[in-house]
Ligand binder design. Structure first.
Ligand code: FAD
Length: 415
């Protein structure tokens, strides 16, 4: 059986769900394929920047996020060794004085995908997109249910790859499995109850061979998420000899007493999740006729906690570019023009954030460098506020108007 739709979205995480919701809201016929059943837990710190509020309002989920999320996050912190420094987060005047909040991925992702379905997108779950074939006027995607033997084919002029960057597969947009390297960053996450983290504080944790973050999420829990270099993890496993997650926790607590104090009273009923290696960097936003959003297009180091925001906002950018072309989009020429303009807008909005995140991550993984900077930061705590601003905490992609003038595209496309 072949089903036709105007847009096929592969992946139902924040990027895919928002792309599907916005296109469905504009009247497009949209199919979403998501290989996992929701709700599902995910490696992530779960912080959502304040700049998402206008989009959450547009989608009609702002009240639900407001009701369920943890307390307003007003302060950024830096935990290294014994030291715990804090400063104000920058506040944007464009989001009505609202602050960022954190919501567990089992809740956020379900909320967004349910909203896409309520707005008219057909959501197939758990369904795996297995192959894409280019045909006249677009693509045919072959998909299979992961719980039954059922398979289906979808014919569509627009494919939006929103499958993230940490899983492998046969699609032309999926990253190849690389050989393990010492510098690979592996992601870990769990939730704790009864932790002693002050409300509204989100510290960056700096420890040898990795970095992490903590923040209050829903139900009185905090998330602790981190990235650890593979070679460091192997060394930790040799000395700690426990499960990976518990060994990582022991390593962080040993090297960063500021974290140990927060977790002294904490309990956890959840097992640690792991993922990766993560693949930070700038990728193609449009290639071989396929659009990409979220981590599939580019990924910031989690040190800046901007990945969900970039996922949702890149989907919004793409929907803004596709919207006016609905009638013409079946031609490859139109798709190419939209692809170029979207790429330009994406890079203007997110490329700097990704570069800043790499600089912060490389610094945070070397606590001796961080400690060397402490006297200056203690004297000028606003440097932490400045760092948060540089990482995009109050940037809006919509500030960057897309252009249809091909001449203006080149500086970004040439990178
Ligand atoms: C340790 C750590 C902490 C982080 N903390 C934060 C934070 O606090 N704040 C923040 O904003 N970001 C954070 N991030 C980053 C954030 O998790 C990601 O950037 C974000 O999940 C990207 O969203 P996405 O929709 O692009 O991809 P994903 O969330 O990965 O969603 C992709 C979806 O596609 C599905 N899929 C994959 N392949 C297929 C297929 N072939 N067919 C069908 N479905 C498929 C997957 O099942 C998945 O549900 C963190 C990351 C790490 C590693």
């Amino acid at each position: 059986m072949k089903t036709s739709c105007e847009a096929l979205v592969i992946g139902g995480g924040p990027a895919g769900a928002v792309a599907a919701a916005l296109l469905a809201q504009a009247g497009w016929s949209v199919v979403v394929l998501e290989r996992k059943s929701f709700p599902r837990r995910k490696v992530c710190g779960e912080y959502l920047s304040a700049t998402n509020w206008p989009l959450l309002v547009q989608l009609g989920v702002d009240e639900a996020v407001h009701r369920q999320a943890g307390p307003a996050v007003r302060r950024v912190g830096l935990f290294v060794g014994e030291h715990a420094l804090t400063a104000e987060l920058p506040l944007s005047d464009v989001c009505g004085g609202r602050w960022g909040r954190a919501l567990s991925r089992e809740r956020l992702d379900s909320l967004l995908l349910d909203r896409a379905a309520a707005l008219g997108a057909e959501v197939l779950q758990p369904w795996d997109a297995q192959s894409l074939t280019e045909v006249e006027g677009g693509f045919v995607c072959r998909a299979a249910s992961t719980t039954t033997a059922e398979t289906r084919e979808f014919e569509t002029p627009i494919v939006i790859a929103a499958h993230g960057s940490w899983e492998f597969g046969e699609l032309p947009t999926q990253l190849a499995r690389g050989r393990p390297r010492a510098g690979d960053l592996l992601g870990f996450k769990t939730h704790f109850q009864h932790a002693e983290l002050p409300d509204g504080l989100m510290p960056l944790l700096c420890f040898p061979g990795g970095y992490g973050g903590m923040v209050h999420v829903d139900e009185g829990r905090i998330s602790l998420s981190c990235c650890v270099r593979r070679e460091q993890l192997e060394q930790i496993q040799r000395t700690e000899g426990r499960s990976d997650g518990e060994a990582v926790r022991a390593h962080i607590e040993k090297s960063t007493p500021a974290v140990r104090r927060v977790l002294e009273t904490a309990t956890t009923g959840e097992r640690w999740l792991s993922a990766g290696p993560i693949r930070p960097g700038i990728r193609d936003c449009y290639r071989q006729g396929i659009f990409r959003v979220g981590n599939a297009a580019g990924e910031a180091h989690p040190a800046v906690a901007e990945g969900i925001t970039m996922a949702m906002q890149s989907a919004q950018l793409l929907a803004e570019h596709l919207g006016p072309q609905r009638d013409a989009i079946r031609t490859k020429q139109t798709r190419d023009v939209v692809g170029r303009n979207y790429t330009y807008a994406w890079r203007a909005a997110f490329a700097r954030r990704i570069r800043v995140s790499a600089a912060i991550a490389n610094w945070a993984m070397r606590p001796t460098y961080v400690q060397a900077c402490l006297p200056i930061i203690k004297h000028f705590p606003k440097l932490l506020t400045w760092g948060a601003r540089q990482s995009g905490k109050i940037d809006f992609p919509s500030r960057y108007e897309a252009t249809t003038d091909a001449g203006r595209l080149s500086p970004y496309l040439a990178e």
